[in-house]
Design a binder for this molecule. Structure first.
Ligand code: NAI
Length: 399
């Protein structure tokens, strides 16, 4: 079949396997040449491994100096009569192919991270492949929903401000249109449910399950990712439902740290830069900021993608250092280039001048859209997008 991009709003409905392979290879190439991770972990569990920060972490830890074996948990769609499947599905397959070529173990588990059964299955995989212990657990799940396995119901995360409505613009990646909307303030149920989905609860459940099954190695660390951002984004992010969930994640990092200290290890929330991922383009009102940020940081030569952020996290903050550097709230900060005051002054000016007619001239909309397309395997040079792909055969050779 010939695979073309299909986008509804900000969601990709198709993915090109050959482009996904290229995206993996580009990231591998970057970390091989980058400053290497020293004294890194060898047995790593990544929950949320198939795209964005989780995938970049997996690539950095395997190819960027640590030579780690990995177990990756993700929730992705394979091909079916409904479509070709999601990019993350192909990312997992190609990551495995290249990790195995480099004689590294890469186990992919496609299952719901929130489920107690998945935790049991992963513990079994740790027994089988890692001699029963892990050295690092990355928690990088971004989800809109979490099943409640006790009641059969589910919690939904909502992206809304708290206390006051906020007006913001989103950009449809389907037709490149700027759409202003008012986001009403969340009610208490929406705040509570977002916290349940995107806060620290499931991260803690993973670490508790691994402690109880004696799967934590001496010196084991765990990291989850957070966002704080500048004042400009606070009404929709930090002061909103997602921000509440992130504050909960930060608090969870402290309680998990107390537990992992018993193993001479530690738990951290790492505050990352705002980047185009499947999850972030979904945040209403954030796209104008992202476009302005890309424009300014690229001009200044300070722009980083997920892979640059993850390689820097592991090589300069978490491993090969006497002490993990943290701020006053015990957070690892790799968002300092984004929050640089000169950068933010310019970003604010751009965002404040942006409107429906000038956004693509003022901001780096072209760059943002290209990154979104590449995330789904499109817009790469040297790929013949008119070629016929036999998905069944391709998956058979990769599995
Ligand atoms: P992403 O959408 O690229 O990746 C999310 C991952 O979670 C995927 O591997 C997906 O398969 C997995 N996942 C989702 N639901 C799952 C489930 N039920 N079971 C198993 N796996 C599941 O998202 P991104 O942006 O990499 O986000 C990861 C973390 O980084 C999130 O906590 C996010 O808030 C945080 N973050 C993101 C920033 C950004 O600008 N993208 C900035 C700072 C933090």
């Amino acid at each position: 079949m010939i695979i073309k991009p299909e986008i509804s709003g900000v969601v990709a409905r198709s993915a090109h396997p050959l482009g996904c392979e290229k995206a993996i290879l580009e990231q591998i190439d970057y970390v091989k040449k980058a400053s290497q991770i020293k004294q890194g972990p060898k047995r790593v569990l990544i929950v949320g491994a198939s795209s964005g920060f989780g995938l970049a972490a997996r690539i950095a830890l395997t190819f960027g100096g640590s030579n780690a074996d990995t177990i990756g948990v993700s929730f992705e769609r394979g091909p079916s009569d409904k479509g070709v499947g999601s990019a993350g599905f192909y990312n997992d397959l190609y990551f495995k192919k290249y990790a195995e070529t480099a004689n590294r173990l890469a186990i992919n588990i496609h299952a719901d991270a929130f489920s107690p059964q998945t935790k049991k299955d992963v513990i079994e995989a740790i027994e089988t492949y890692f001699e029963g212990e892990v050295d690092l657990i990355i928690y990088s799940v971004a989800s809109g929903v979490r099943p409640n396995y006790q009641t059969g119901g589910q919690w939904r995360s909502t992206i809304k401000p708290i206390d006051e409505a906020v007006t913001g613009a989103s950009i449809s990646l389907e037709d490149d249109s700027w759409n202003e909307s008012v986001l009403e303030a969340a009610n208490q149920t929406e705040i509570d449910e977002t916290l349940k989905v995107m806060g620290g609860d499931d991260w803690e459940a993973w670490i508790d399950a691994l402690i109880n099954s004696e799967s934590i190695a001496q010196g084991c660390q765990t990291v989850a990712f957070s966002y704080i951002g500048p004042e400009l984004t606070h009404p929709i992010y930090l002061d909103g439902t997602l921000g509440r969930a992130k504050v909960d994640l930060h608090q969870t990092s402290h309680s998990l740290n107390l537990k992992l200290v018993n193993f001479n290890g530690g738990a951290y929330a790492s505050v990352c830069k705002a980047l185009v991922t499947k999850a972030s383009v979904f945040i209403p009102g954030l796209t104008p900021y992202l476009m302005a940020l890309y424009q300014v940081m690229k001009q200044q030569g300070t722009h980083e993608g997920c892979i640059e952020q993850m390689q820097r996290l592991f090589s300069t903050k978490l491993y090969g250092v006497d002490k993990v550097p943290v701020d006053g709230e015990r957070l690892i900060r790799i968002d300092e280039l984004e929050l640089d005051s000169n950068t933010q002054t310019q970003v604010r000016q751009l965002v404040e001048s942006m409107n429906a007619t000038n956004f693509s001239q003022l901001g780096d909309y072209e760059g943002l859209k290209r990154e979104f397309m590449k995330m789904n395997g499109f817009s790469f040079d040297n790929i013949d997008y008119d070629s016929d792909i036999d998905l069944k055969q391709l998956i058979k050779t990769l599995s």
